[in-house]
Design a protein. Structure first.
Length: 173
């Protein structure tokens, strides 16, 4: 897997102060994407033990709320194995920290595909759906366009229905 950046102190991509890994590889190529440089899975640099240690070190900080997977798309086939290993390690070492993931794939699709479901099951929150320029609203919390949903993953998997995060608009309640 390749990645573009690790942000150890981010306050935009999920609740609280977060460590964000920006992975390479995205099949969605959304019009108006703010990060098209990450579309190519071969762009960026190879994710290695140094990158992993940088993330784990950032998560040691008491003010860090957790890890956010962004990109690119963490559910891209080239990212799955590495993201599953990383998130498993994060859950073991930091059980109180949350894992957020941003994906152009929808929850229902991810839940059906075993390899993608394996990563999904390690996440606490999923912001799903492709970015749509015509639905872009700068006032939205944690997402770029109004079609995207903020989903509580564990609750949704357990209840077998979509459970929305508290920051969703009334249109989804």
């Amino acid at each position: 897997m390749n990645y573009h950046n690790i942000s150890s102190c981010d306050i935009v991509n999920g609740e609280g102060v977060r460590c964000v890994v920006w992975v390479s590889g995205c099949p969605h190529e959304c019009d108006g994407c703010f990060n098209p440089i990450t579309w190519n899975p071969k762009s960026g640099v190879k994710f290695d033990s140094n990158a992993e240690q940088e993330i784990l070190k950032a998560l040691e900080s008491p003010y860090c709320s957790g890890l956010t997977l962004s990109g690119g798309d963490p559910f891209h086939i080239t990212n799955l194995d590495t993201m599953i290993r990383l998130c498993t390690k994060v859950k073991e070492q930091f059980p109180t920290k949350t894992i957020w993931a941003y994906s152009g794939f929808e929850f229902e699709f991810l839940a059906k595909i075993e390899s993608k479901r394996e990563l999904l099951k390690l996440c606490d929150v999923l912001v799903d759906g492709k970015f749509k320029r015509d639905l872009h609203k700068p006032s939205l919390k944690h997402r770029g366009s109004s079609n995207q949903r903020i989903i509580m993953v564990q609750e949704s998997l357990t209840q077998d229905t979509i459970v929305y995060h508290k920051d969703m608009e009334e249109q989804y309640r």
